[in-house]
Ligand binder design. Structure first.
Ligand SMILES: [Zn+2]
Length: 427
């Protein structure tokens, strides 16, 4: 006898569908959306959707989750001093246990603010994968590496990256290879990363053109723009998620579009670290670049709240280019949902029949979400994480009544553990 599948019904909600807001029910069968609208109740689990909106879960496409351990440890400093004096000495003390608990804290923070997927790059990938799987959040985990232009170090670190990739295969996560950036990895290292990604069917997670110094130094040394050099070694493809991508010429943006690259815009980090420019959203749109949003790590943000990040993205475009019509609420919302889902090959980010049940229930009784002239504008410009009531990932309820797994027990354990680890690291 085939096993009966589990049915979950969200009843009487305002559902954000591709056709606009529909009042009705959402039926979930196992991990997929079976029907939306006027659906009869034949389910095992019923969620009361009254006074709630159902929206697609959010995707954070660039972060270093475990850096929550360094949240508000060192702020208001210039970049190199901040890295050299504050962040790198602490990172040198990290171990797999610290990254595991730090990632868990990050996962519950993300889930509780409506994020159902994160694209991570940090040390100890197996610890990240384990934490993500245990928290029930979707993730793409990168095996990050540097070579500092030393061929021996490249061989050594690639070997380590391959070992990590093998080890995380057993977890329920997507995998990426993560050459850090052009100022920490040689072109040879980047070429090898692209080849490995092709052979092993991986994503590539990379920092691109974050600062002016990075692009000027590269051009001085190689006589061409970064993306041209990257294209020559086969690095630009639809596997690539390029974080930041701020300091790019129009011709480079066109090239990214042609090659099907996804960018991850990190507005809070860009503003806090003063990268001196805003991403060229309009040009990217024209060039067909897949545009998504990330929080970057909590040491430069200082939270992982995608609701807040979407607002920053829109405001930064408008302010920097002095044009309030740029980056409309709907465009930001698409960036944080369906565009990101597409980048990672997931049929998610949209509430429609056949899509993955990655859903967030928003409490519309919050004063800042009233009145309800426009749900998407309310989500982008007015919402904050306190309105997240329930989160469903892959058909499974992971946040209920605003709590991770329904009550405070696990949250308290994670918070206490990470507080102790963070204290030990800084002492
Ligand atoms: Zn980053």
């Amino acid at each position: 006898m085939p096993k009966e599948s589990v049915m979950t019904l969200i009843k009487g909600a305002k559902v954000l569908t591709p056709k606009g807001v529909v009042e009705g029910n959402v039926l979930i069968e196992e991990n997929k959306i079976a029907a939306v609208g006027d659906v009869a109740d034949k389910s095992d689990v019923v969620i009361d959707g009254r006074k709630k909106a159902v929206i697609p879960g959010l995707f954070n496409t660039h972060t270093h989750a475990a850096m929550v351990l360094f949240r508000s440890y060192a702020d208001d400093m210039v970049l190199h001093e901040w890295l050299e004096k504050k962040i790198w000495p602490l990172e040198a003390k990290l171990d797999s246990e610290a990254v595991y608990w730090g990632t868990k804290l990050a996962c519950i923070e993300m889930l509780k603010s409506g994020t159902i997927f994160f694209n991570d790059m940090y040390f100890f990938p197996p610890a990240i994968a384990k934490a993500a799987e245990e928290c029930g959040i979707r993730a793409c985990v990168s095996a990050a590496f540097f070579d500092f232009f030393n061929p021996d170090l490249l061989e050594e670190n690639l070997k380590k990256a391959l070992k990590d990739l093998k080890e995380i295969e057993k977890y329920n996560v997507l995998r990426a290879i993560g050459p850090h950036a052009v100022y920490t990895v040689s072109l040879d290292g980047l070429r090898r990363a692209a080849e490995i990604a092709e052979e092993m069917d991986l994503f590539v997670h990379f920092h691109l053109a974050e600062t002016e110094k990075e692009v000027v130094d590269f051009k001085k040394q190689h006589g061409k723009p970064i993306t041209k050099a990257l294209d020559e070694i086969g690095f630009l493809s639809s596997r690539l998620i390029a974080a930041h991508s701020v300091w790019l010429e129009d011709a480079e943006i066109e090239l990214l579009g042609k090659r099907g690259v996804t960018v991850s815009h990190c507005p809070a980090s860009n503003m806090k670290l003063c990268v001196g420019k805003a991403i060229k959203f309009e040009e990217m749109k024209k060039a067909g670049v897949n545009f998504t949003i990330g929080t970057d790590g909590a040491a430069s943000n200082n939270n992982l709240d995608m609701l807040e990040e979407m607002k920053f993205a829109a405001l930064l475009q408008k302010f920097h280019y002095s044009d309030p019509t740029l980056m409309k609420a709907e465009e930001v919302f698409e960036a944080a949902t369906v565009n990101a889902a597409r980048a990672f090959g997931l049929k998610s980010g949209v509430i429609d029949e056949g899509y993955l049940a990655d859903l967030v229930l928003i409490d519309l009784k919050k004063p800042y979400l009233q009145p309800e002239h426009n749900l998407v504008a309310n989500l982008i410009y007015a919402a904050s994480s306190g309105c997240v009531d329930t989160v469903i990932v892959d058909g499974r309820i992971v946040v209920e009544n605003g709590y991770f797994m329904g009550d405070e027990t696990q949250e308290i354990e994670i918070i206490e553990k990470t507080a102790k680890i963070a204290l030990d690291l800084t002492n």
